[in-house]
Design a protein around this ligand. Sequence first.
Ligand code: NAG
Ligand code: NAG
Ligand code: ZN
Length: 233
Amino acid sequence: MKLFSAAILYLAYFNYASATDCQGLESTKAVDECYMKIALDYALIHNPGFPFGALIVDHTKNDISCYGANSNKKNKLLHGETAAFWNCTELYPSPTQDDMFNPGLDWSHQTLYTTGEPCPMCASQSIYRGVHRVVWGTSIPDINKSGRQQLMISMHDVVASAKIGANLPNPEVPILEGGVLKDACDHAFWCAFSVFRDQEYYAAMNKDGLEAYITDRNTRFPCKDVPEGHDEL
Ligand SMILES: *[C@@H]1O[C@H](CO)[C@@H](O)[C@H](O)[C@H]1NC(C)=O
Ligand SMILES: *[C@@H]1O[C@H](CO)[C@@H](O)[C@H](O)[C@H]1NC(C)=O
Ligand SMILES: [Zn+2]
């Protein structure tokens, strides 16, 4: 019930963007922000307590291939990006049942949009799946500083570790871009993860001299109209 009313609130609060809204846009920045807004809306509707939402977009057609939201109630491993990879693979199965060599989607034409920087698990999948580009809003250090546990390995580091035979750098790794609609994504995580900001968190932040970070977030990102994270782990 709480979740349901939160979803209604969000539908009313946000001007829900649709795929067609992104099609008339010219600049990469405008297109990126448009799709990120859709990813964020999708996340806030499907799992406001863990607002990780993802979209896979065919950038050659400027059209959405599929969606994914963090689905940890169903399966803890279904991070938004993982959910989107599985969703697209199911929606576009290999015509010859050979997803390795003949996938149903041209993954080199796809861009992954995700509200949070991919964790090492999802970053690895982006490399294995062979998307052309990965775009995110909030960085792993900012998610961490919102109070939520993280694997503190950046996607840049995961990508830099990708090698082909003879330990040569893999030339086909995705292009990375972070910080798209950063404030809107940071705001959503800051409020959703307020439930994780316990005494230990405040002690660690103080020890690291990050009191000003907390003050700045609380000032810029009020949580009055944003549903708080619920009791989902
Ligand atoms: C999978 O993507 C489709 C097509 O974009 C979307 O309608 C559906 O809601 C997505 N499923 C999940 C579980 O996100
Ligand atoms: C991670 O978050 C903790 C608070 O939970 C903080 O003390 C620490 O400095 C943060 N580290 C980084 C690299 O953001
Ligand atoms: Zn992940």
